[in-house]
Design a protein around this ligand. Structure first.
Ligand SMILES: Nc1ncnc2c1ncn2[C@@H]1O[C@H](COP(=O)(O)OP(=O)(O)OP(=O)(O)O)[C@@H](O)[C@H]1O
Length: 468
């Protein structure tokens, strides 16, 4: 591995600044321990002012990422020094153009209402250091982001930075669908900054450890690469809307939408609702039809392992395309008149949960083998099963422990239909309440775009089946 090194003077002490393919190191001559060592991906900027070279990084301190600037003075800034700084910047931004132009959408009503403070304190300083430009819009009313997505000027921004929860992302995608040039609008990459109550997308992109860290999310906005993501059409009463994350009915929808009156319990309300559902042995009648490409859990895990064995470079290359073939919404292929190859089920169940992205919340990795652009939505149909079995499934839910449960059938579906057979209940689409009526879903491969550091979801799941 090649090391690029220059000798500078920092705080009066001779100090070497060096980088390899993967990390950046500052080493003073007066001590053995490095003054600073960070992965290259955490470098925001390197520049020269007069004869001072400064490098801005995100360093980990007490498990949090903080901005740190290191400076060194060159005795003479010649070609060698200039070249070193340019090479460091190139290595720090692989495959990415620095100095992005952002539209920043801030939802002052999202989650605990701190989106603006989060932006001012954590995100804005990083954007400035990384020499990015940005315009900010505050959402002023519910569904304002639908309008923003509908009207957005194409080619004006490199990405949209959303400081809120997942609700605003849902609105933006639905706005793009109504844009005069929808396919081009869907190509604008979105980067979420976790400032809502549900920040599943950040967890999916960045992982459990740093998915709630605003600085890690802002770094992804500055340096992440466009990753196509599948979106789902949801059809209900001839109305077409788009879902980027989850659709669910049964107990899990009750927990999401039917326990609002228990908000005072915080996240315990979900545990309480889940236990109550299990204890009362609730079951919900639906007629379900699924057009599945795969239903073998071991094979799905093999496919995930194959994906994870690829480097980010390979993954981004596999999916890179700037070309917009057709600028209209993708046609519907399955949900209306396609009689072939549907698995049907009519027995009462505990819940049906479908989605893209492993995490639906911090506590629940519902779709451990989900992939961003495999052209399918993962569908879990959980049978009404023994109480002991369900309680066991709660343990390790954040690591996907429920995946191998025999009573949880798991499908990779290109389309599915659900008809509630009772008049009352909840249907949650991306966490939003929809009419409790028949709905049909169809997947559109790679229609939307998110920024990602990896080119795949960041969740770690590699559990072999329990009896393997
Ligand atoms: N100025 C505003 N006043 C009221 N609601 C708004 C405003 N701006 C946006 N909203 C609404 O806030 C809702 C919540 O947004 P989002 O999901 O991003 O945050 P959240 O905290 O994760 O969600 P939730 O509060 O639903 O759990 C969205 O439905 C959006 O339409």
């Amino acid at each position: 591995m090649k090391t690029h090194k220059i000798e500078l003077v920092s705080n009066g002490v001779p100090t070497s600044f060096s980088f390899t393919d993967s990390s950046f190191l500052v080493q003073s001559s007066d001590r053995a321990k490095p003054k600073l060592e960070v992965p290259l991906k955490r470098i925001l900027w390197a520049g020269i002012t007069g004869n001072v070279i400064d490098v801005h990084v995100l360093a980990k301190k007490h498990a949090r990422l903080v901005l740190v600037k290191v400076e060194g003075r060159a005795s003479d800034v010649g070609e060698e020094t200039t070249q070193w700084v340019e090479e460091l910047m190139r290595a720090a931004y692989p495959g990415v153009k620095p100095q992005r132009r952002f539209l920043v959408i801030i939802n002052p009503a999202g989650g605990p209402g701190k989106a603006n403070i989060i932006f001012k304190r954590k995100v804005e300083p990083m954007l400035r250091i990384a020499h990015c430009t940005y315009e900010t819009i505050f959402t002023e009313y519910q569904r304002h982001a639908v309008q923003i997505g509908t009207d957005i000027a194409l080619d004006k921004y490199d990405a949209i930075l959303v400081v809120s929860g997942d609700g605003v992302l849902h609105e933006l995608f639905n706005g793009f669908a109504q844009h005069a040039e929808p396919r081009r609008a869907f190509k604008i990459p979105i980067a979420p900054i976790p400032a809502g109550s549900g920040n599943g997308t950040s967890l999916n992109l960045i992982g459990l450890e740093e998915g709630q860290d605003v600085s890690a999310a802002a770094l992804n906005a500055i340096k992440g690469r466009p990753m196509p993501v599948d979106l789902c059409s949801v059809l209900q009463n001839e109305q077409r809307s788009f879902s980027f994350m989850t659709q669910c009915v049964g107990l899990m929808a009750d927990l999401d939408l039917g326990t609002e009156h228990l908000r005072w319990m915080g996240s315990n309300r979900f545990v309480y609702g889940f236990l109550r559902g299990i204890i009362t042995r609730k079951s919900y009648p639906f007629s379900i039809a699924i057009k599945a490409l795969e239903s073998d859990k071991a094979k799905m895990l093999d496919s995930l392992r194959a994906l994870r064995s690829k480097s980010p470079e390979e993954l981004f290359q596999d999916t890179a395309t700037d070309e917009v073939v057709d600028n209209t919404l993708p046609p519907l292929r399955y949900v209306s008149d396609d009689p072939e190859g549907w698995i049907t089920m009519d027995e009462p169940i505990l819940y049906m949960y479908a989605g893209k992205g492993p995490f639906v919340s911090r506590d629940l990795m519902q779709f451990p083998v989900s992939m961003p652009n495999d052209g399918v939505v993962d569908v879990v149909v959980q049978a009404a099963t023994s109480r002991v079995g369900m309680l066991k499934g709660m343990d390790g839910a954040e690591h996907g422990a429920g995946y191998w449960r025999n009573s949880a059938r798991y499908y990779k579906a290109v389309a599915y239909r659900v008809k509630p057979l009772k008049s009352q209940g909840y249907l949650s689409i991306d966490g939003e309440k929809f009419p409790y009526e028949e709905f049909r879903v169809e997947v559109h491969q790679g229609l939307g775009t998110l920024l990602s550091p990896l080119g795949r979801y960041a969740a770690e799941f590699d559990d072999a089946p329990p009896d393997a």
